[in-house]
Design a protein around this ligand. Sequence first.
Ligand SMILES: Nc1ncnc2c1ncn2[C@@H]1O[C@H](COP(=O)(O)OP(=O)(O)O)[C@@H](O)[C@H]1O
Ligand SMILES: [Mg+2]
Length: 257
Amino acid sequence: MIKILNLSKSFGAKQILHEISMTIEQGKTTCIIGKSGSGKSVLIKNIVGLLQPDEGSIIVDGKEIPNLTRKELFEVRNKMGFVFQGAALFDSLNVFENVVLRLFEQGERDFEYLEKEAKRVLNAVQLLPDIDEVSENVYLKEWNILKNKMPSELSGGMRKRVGLARALVGSPEYLFYDEPTTGLDPVTSEQIDDLILSVQKRTKVTSIVITHDLFSVYKIADKVAMLHEGNKVFDGNVDEFKSSEIPAIKEFQERYS
Ligand SMILES: Nc1ncnc2c1ncn2[C@@H]1O[C@H](COP(=O)(O)OP(=O)(O)O)[C@@H](O)[C@H]1O
Ligand SMILES: [Mg+2]
């Protein structure tokens, strides 16, 4: 479980986050919404230890993130997967290499294991069929074509899928998505939403999704938290969010749906 306690963060004189407290429940999808510049990415960076809070704390599985040594932080990060804005694949690496890069960098050299893990995550994002869904020949053929593809040969939607597959390597407990559908056309956005849902179902991962796409929120969220002018102005389930009378929420709903 992730607990955020009275978290405040400023850059210079500008306060970005003001005494934010919230709990991110295990096994659910929490959407963090708010206008551009409202501090969503800064909040996530504090949670994963990329930024230090000025005040307050973040506790992940009982560990206080701001107080961890590098080694302890590394261990906590191993339980986390990240899907950043843009797929951010390495252009010079093929799909297989992109997907298993983290394991490789951690020193994993068991090629059979790396292949097995790549197949598992590429299946989870529906780029590979289930192993018992097709004949062995067909499966191997599809695998060989996919693994050798370079990012430049993939469509935008496929790149997103590979980016998600990479985040799933090592079976993280927490999955962070920063604006996964921003900049995508509506059809591809919906495919990504479906994918987030299906990954959630299959893996029971705890997902934290930053977005300002309300269509996406209504489809995937169990919980919604909204940031506005440095404050958390809402934290609850989707139905409560939809019927909220808070002015900042109504304005957001009108603007983004
Ligand atoms: N490292 C940084 N140094 C200074 N200002 C920053 C830094 N990171 C973010 N900001 C500022 O904090 C505010 C919130 O940014 P961000 O969390 O990225 O917004 P968003 O909700 O769009 O993700 C913005 O005004 C941004 O310019
Ligand atoms: Mg952002």
